[in-house]
Design a protein around this ligand. Structure first.
Ligand SMILES: Nc1ncnc2c1ncn2[C@@H]1O[C@H](COP(=O)(O)OP(=O)(O)OP(=O)(O)O)[C@@H](O)[C@H]1O
Length: 293
């Protein structure tokens, strides 16, 4: 089952501080979405609202056409895993798994066992006695085995070491292929996780800066390198996100509609085009005054 998500004019105030302002987007569902944003941009606030952990102040949110807050039908369809965890620290791992099995109707015991073996989770230990990486591994085990139609990982895998993180990415992708559902992943590890995202949402200071298909967003950026004057001619009219100069050679990162005509003209002048990584685009597009180049 896949559930669509529709958010309109969403606002969240913490007292006098507006953490989310006029956020609107529509997710068709059945995809892997990346939620990006700098520290404090509002990612956890937004995800907490989607997961019914928090009530919004204004606007509307609907999952599968229904408002999720205090709506039992929707709550059991959404699994929200955070790095800090919302698990009962005092219980043993195996009891945390039992508790999860009772929360999510699509829970898969066999799959949970497989993940426990994959991440070497000690089921007899208390959750509070686990290392940070093991707690994260338990979190991703709960998220994946929940098979919840909407599964949200809020930086949940940050504590895991690189081999475990890569095992998680592979597992997520394989399981998503076999059991299509909606995944939303917030992350600062864009280079690592970016290739999983079919669509990307970027929050900036509580506002939605972009919501685009990842490939479309990537194709709007390019790195152009060659003789400085020729590079400047091509870059004219485009948003220059960054530039580097070495002698008479220049490389600029541009963002904007690079027409086929411009590309051909550039290639005939011997300029080279390179792709821009999602991480680079993100860094440039969310750069603030005072940030270093
Ligand atoms: N309980 C709260 N009370 C008051 N302000 C809060 C509360 N929770 C978050 N905020 C503020 O709301 C803003 C958004 O916080 P949020 O945690 O949603 O950001 P984030 O994008 O998840 O950040 P990070 O990447 O650092 O985890 C921040 O300025 C934060 O200080």
């Amino acid at each position: 089952m896949t559930l669509g998500i529709e958010v309109n004019g969403l606002r969240l105030d913490y007292g006098k501080f507006a953490a989310l302002r006029d956020v609107s987007f529509k997710l068709q569902g059945g995809k892997i979405y990346g939620l990006l944003g700098r520290n404090g941009s509002g990612k956890t606030s937004l995800l907490s609202i989607l997961a019914s952990f928090r009530k919004h102040t204004g606007g509307s949110v609907a999952i599968g056409g229904e408002a999720p807050f205090e709506n039992a039908r929707i709550v059991e369809q959404v699994c929200f895993i955070q790095e800090s965890g919302h698990m009962t620290d005092g219980v043993k791992v195996r009891d945390a798994l039992k508790l999860a099995a009772s929360c999510w109707p699509n829970w898969d015991d066999d799959y949970a066992d497989k993940l426990i073996r994959l991440f070497n989770l000690p089921v007899k230990k208390r959750v509070m006695a686990l290392s940070r990486g093991m707690k994260s591994a338990l979190g991703v085990t709960l998220g994946l085995a929940s098979r919840a139609p909407v599964t949200i990982f809020d930086e949940a895998y940050l504590g895991m070491d690189a081999p475990s993180r890569y095992a998680f990415y592979e597992e997520l992708l394989n399981d998503y292929m076999e059991n299509p559902r909606t995944f939303i992943l917030s992350t600062h590890l864009i280079e690592e996780v970016g290739s999983l995202f079919e669509e990307v949402l970027v929050l900036d200071e509580g506002k939605l800066l972009f919501h685009e298909e990842t490939e479309a967003l990537r194709s709007r950026g390019a790195a152009i390198t060659g003789p400085a004057e020729a590079v400047d001619r091509i870059a004219e009219g485009l948003t220059v996100l960054g530039e580097q100069k070495l002698g008479r050679t220049k490389s600029v990162t541009v963002f904007g509609a690079l027409t086929e005509e411009k590309r051909k003209a550039a290639q005939s002048e011997g300029l080279e085009f390179g792709p821009v990584s999602l991480q680079d685009l993100f860094v440039h597009l969310t750069k603030k005054r005072g940030d270093k180049q």
